[in-house]
Design a protein. Structure first.
Length: 225
């Protein structure tokens, strides 16, 4: 195993959904299945486009547990797509979340980083119980877990990152994430090194140029381990 001085960081924290977990497939599959049960065929593209727009709106309005965020977002997405989804059925999305799977490159990369001596953490816009369901899909343990439920806010608000900094202290910290908006921009503003796992081949936002940029988790493991 590499010593801690063999690389420039002691701990790597990750966004979870979109970085480690293929949340777009999870969301789209849940919507398409629920709509099919109502005899309606939805487009994956339309679902995801509406979801990305509307979840941010719901999160900005006021803090709610993420299970409620998912339910409210599902209701609004369904309405936008002319699907008359009743409020009592809007829990389908949260119920599906524990089945969302890691990207094919995730576990191998995490195992390689762990073997190289890094401590690992998750900073996620989620409730504790929902993340517990997701963690069953990972083949490594995490040294640090910070959720929206714990800090009472959603990224890009600074709560997750300030809480992480308090715990991490002077250890050398790298934060890795797919979302330039939710993670890279606010962590850059703190002066903490970032790795953009740019799975969607996006363009960085103002303030969002990362310390490192890779296309997937395998690329991050190759870079650091």
């Amino acid at each position: 195993m590499a010593t801690e001085t063999a690389h420039p960081f002691d701990i790597i924290t990750f966004d979870c959904y979109g970085t480690l977990i293929d949340w777009e497939s999870g969301i789209a599959d849940a919507f398409l299945e629920a709509a099919r049960n109502d005899g309606l065929t939805l487009s994956r593209h339309d679902v995801l486009q509406a979801y990305h727009q509307l979840e941010q709106v719901v999160q900005r309005e006021h803090y709610l547990p993420y299970r409620q965020i998912l339910a409210e977002t599902a209701t609004r997405v369904a309405s936008a797509l002319a699907w008359p989804l009743s409020a009592d059925r809007s829990a389908f999305l949260a119920d599906s979340l524990p089945r969302w799977k890691p990207f094919a490159d995730t576990n191998g990369a995490l195992e390689r980083l762990r073997s190289a001596g890094f401590r690992l953490g998750i900073l996620s816009n989620i409730d504790d119980d929902l993340l517990a369901g997701t963690r069953r899909h990972f083949t490594v343990d995490f040294d640090l877990i910070i959720t929206a439920q714990q800090v009472g806010s959603y990224k890009p608000a600074p709560g997750h990152f300030l809480a992480a900094k308090e715990i991490i202290g002077d250890a050398r910290w790298l934060h890795a994430a797919q979302s330039n908006f939710h993670d890279i921009v606010p962590v850059n503003a703190m002066g903490v090194p970032t790795a953009w796992v740019n799975r969607r081949a996006g363009t960085p936002l103002p303030g969002g140029v990362p310390t490192y940029e890779v296309h997937d988790m395998a690329g991050l493991a190759e870079l650091l381990a």
